[in-house]
Design a protein around this ligand. Structure first.
Ligand code: PRT
Ligand code: ZN
Length: 210
């Protein structure tokens, strides 16, 4: 039988904790920074190291059987995957934020305003649900700087401590979505015995950490 594949982030905020979780499950593998794929020595699993943005679609399309990725990325890609387990790390909130001096008081005040974000799909859904017609400006990085550059009136981005907002003269305005790292699978694979064994190990690691 072919080994199962799990996709995790290659580098970035979720990489270390994803690797640690798998190691705590008793999986032995080399974690070379340069390799994109590694085979677990003592469990029928291969680990793929990817950009987080690619993980939901790789899992949806069956290139990987499992994945560990932030809920925000799953929502943004709208991939058709199953949530197997919330993992309790990578917690953050996606918020609309506005400049400290902004006159914006209610969601309706955002009508006709420009909001910069790297998460246009999640933002559009939220604005549509609340009947707000703002212009969404897609920016791939350093979203927080855009109001100061007069590129936008507000931003929509990930916030954890709030330090980045503060240091850019911004304040939280509306919470849109809470997110954490999630173990996902392709639909229908969760009855696979190897997946079940891995799930049991992950759940006991999570319980031990409680
Ligand atoms: O290279 P790759 O594409 O894989 O990584 P990436 O750069 O897209 O993502 P990365 O590594 O930054 O984040 C991976 C995941 O971690 C995100 O998708 C979230 O699910 C989760 N996460 C948790 C965060 C944060 N906390 C976080 N604080 N992702 C980003 N941030 C950034 C945020 O964008 C903002 O710039 O940190 C800044 C705000 O932090 P505070 O603490 O100042 O509020
Ligand atoms: Zn990314």
């Amino acid at each position: 039988m072919k080994n199962l594949k799990i996709a995790i982030q290659k580098s970035g905020r979720l990489n270390e904790k994803s690797v640690q979780l798998l190691k705590n499950c008793g999986l032995n593998f080399e974690n070379y920074k340069s390799s994109l794929i590694t085979t677990v020595a003592n469990f029928p699993l291969e680990i793929l190291f990817l950009r987080d943005d690619d993980i939901p679609e790789y899992v949806q399309d069956g290139i990987a059987d499992l994945g560990i990725v932030g809920e925000n990325v799953i929502a943004e890609t709208e991939a058709d995957v199953r949530y197997l387990q919330r993992l309790g790390f990578g917690k953050c909130t996606l918020k609309i934020a506005i400049p400290n001096h902004s006159e914006t008081k209610t969601l309706a005040d955002l009508d006709g305003k420009a909001i910069a974000t790297s998460y246009p799909t999640i933002l559009k859904k939220f604005l549509d649900e609340h009947g707000v017609s703002a212009e969404i400006r897609m920016i791939s990085g350093s979203v927080e700087i855009s109001p100061a550059l007069e590129l936008s009136d507000a931003i929509f981005d990930i916030v954890s401590t709030g330090g980045t907002l503060r240091s850019n003269g911004l304040k939280p305005f509306a919470d849109v979505m809470a997110s954490e790292a999630i173990l996902i699978s392709k639909n229908g694979i969760d009855s696979n015995p190897v997946v079940r064994e891995l799930m049991q190990r992950i759940q006991s690691v999570l319980r031990a950490a409680e």
